[in-house]
Design a protein around this ligand. Structure first.
Ligand code: C2E
Ligand code: MG
Ligand code: MG
Ligand code: MG
Length: 276
């Protein structure tokens, strides 16, 4: 009971709890306001060919410019939005935003550029998502194949049948599905061949162990991907040593601070120096 503990301790405990609850509730309240007032911005991190450093597209990563808190990292609000269910609206808002950029870039002549957007596995629990993505494609007249969606493994496995239907519903748009953070979470290899996905993104934690010599786990993932005919992106490449090693193991695509951190749209497009 509270009385039996020291007074200071009770007070400390209460304040900490109150503060935590308040931040959580604040963010929950502020999320909806933030969507309505355009406080979210997409940053873009290039995805490039490991062999010759050619940018093929970008991953869109959300940034929140909170009116009072300033810059809030996605790690501080995505998990809360997931819990409250607000992630559905937030993701749709960000998909709309990403589509605006894709449409503009393609009009500017970057006709082969692909943008990959992170979406919650919650979308894969209802067929609504198919209509929602089709609506965005129509609204911005997006070129087929210009959008890719990233999702983590667990979400697909929990709803395998429905997820398959949803991905089939998106296939006329040539939307590709990328399994994010591959190797963490379930890593249910037995399911991998059943998942209707096109791309594996090897988690940074594996790439961290690639330095001058290759990581046997990364090699295993690469050969697995090859036999399942999946494309592979190595996430979180920070050193030239890692890049060189990944070149020798024939990993096709990469992403990481070595090439570029996620940057605002205007800077991102400057990273494409390929002739059109
Ligand atoms: P993720 O999708 O796995 O994104 C990769 C994260 O690693 C990003 O963090 C990126 O900035 C960071 N990163 C990339 N390269 C490097 C590197 O070389 N070194 C290091 N140390 N980090 C690197 P960020 O932007 O903070 O996003 C964190 C997570 O938040 C994302 O992980 C994703 O799960 C989630 N997220 C971000 N944007 C969205 C969004 O628009 N919608 C949803 N549903 N989730 C999002
Ligand atoms: Mg991602
Ligand atoms: Mg990831
Ligand atoms: Mg992640």
């Amino acid at each position: 009971e509270a009385k039996s503990t020291g007074r200071g301790q009770v007070k400390f405990f209460n304040n900490t709890m109150r503060k935590k609850l308040k931040t959580h509730a604040d963010i929950e309240n502020d999320l909806q306001h933030g969507i309505e007032h355009n406080e979210f911005e997409l940053y873009f991190q290039p995805i490039f060919t490991i062999l010759d450093n050619h940018v093929i597209g970008f991953e869109a990563l959300v940034r929140w410019h909170h009116p009072k808190k300033g810059f809030v990292s996605p790690n501080d609000f995505i998990p809360i939005a997931e819990k409250t269910g607000q992630i559905i609206n937030l993701d749709l808002h960000l998909l709309d935003l990403a589509a605006q950029h894709i449409s503009k870039w393609h009009q500017q002549g970057h006709r082969f550029l692909k943008v990959t957007v992170n979406v919650s596995s919650r979308h894969f629990a209802s067929l609504d998502f198919v209509a929602q993505v089709h609506a965005i494609y129509n609204k911005y007249q997006l070129p087929l194949g210009s959008l890719c969606l990233e999702i983590t493994e667990s979400g697909l496995i929990e709803n395998l049948e429905l997820a398959t239907q949803i991905i089939e519903g998106l296939s006329p748009l040539k939307v590709k599905l990328c399994l994010d953070d591959f190797g963490t979470g379930y890593s249910a290899l037995g399911y991998l061949h059943q998942l209707p996905i096109h791309i594996l993104k090897i988690d940074k934690s594996f790439i961290d162990h690639v330095q001058d010599s290759t990581n046997p786990l990364v090699e295993a993932i690469l050969s697995l991907a090859k036999s399942l005919k999946l494309e592979v992106v190595a996430e979180g490449i920070e050193t030239t040593g890692q890049l060189e090693t990944l070149q020798t193991t024939h990993c096709e695509y990469g992403q990481g601070y070595l090439m570029s951190k996620p940057v605002p749209a205007k800077e991102a497009i400057l990273l494409i120096n390929q002739p059109l």
